[in-house]
Design a protein around this ligand. Structure first.
Ligand code: SF4
Length: 109
């Protein structure tokens, strides 16, 4: 789920030469004060590339947010993307080495 702020929607709508209403109708789902992209995968993904990279949302810029607090509370989401996100894959594989997980599996006591 990709959260979108009003400012981000304004910026991307302008970039796409759409009115905010057009952009919102085509791309967003709204609930209360929240807005999220209304499809998975995102409308702007094409050939495994972001077609609006310079205008991508904060959640996209921070993804997979391994640098933010409470990483362990996002484990489920992280593993959902393990097989398609090279950043997550490499971090998890490195964690296996650094925590001794691999050694434990290969040579259980
Ligand atoms: S990085 Fe681009 S394609 Fe990926 S979710 Fe964000 S806006 Fe969509």
């Amino acid at each position: 789920m990709i959260n979108v702020t009003a400012q981000e929607a304004d910026n991307l709508a302008a970039h796409l030469q759409q009115t905010r209403a057009q952009f919102d109708d085509a791309n967003l789902e709204k609930g209360g004060s929240m807005m999220v992209i209304n499809t998975m995968p995102c409308h702007f993904l094409s050939d495994n590339k972001c077609t609006v990279y310079d205008y991508r949302f904060a959640g996209c810029r921070e993804f997979p947010a391994l640098h933010l607090p409470n990483f362990t509370k996002r484990i489920f989401t992280t593993f959902m993307h393990y097989n398609r996100c090279p950043i997550i894959y490499n971090v998890v594989e490195q964690l296996k080495i650094e925590t001794g997980f691999i050694e434990t599996v290969i040579n259980p006591k």
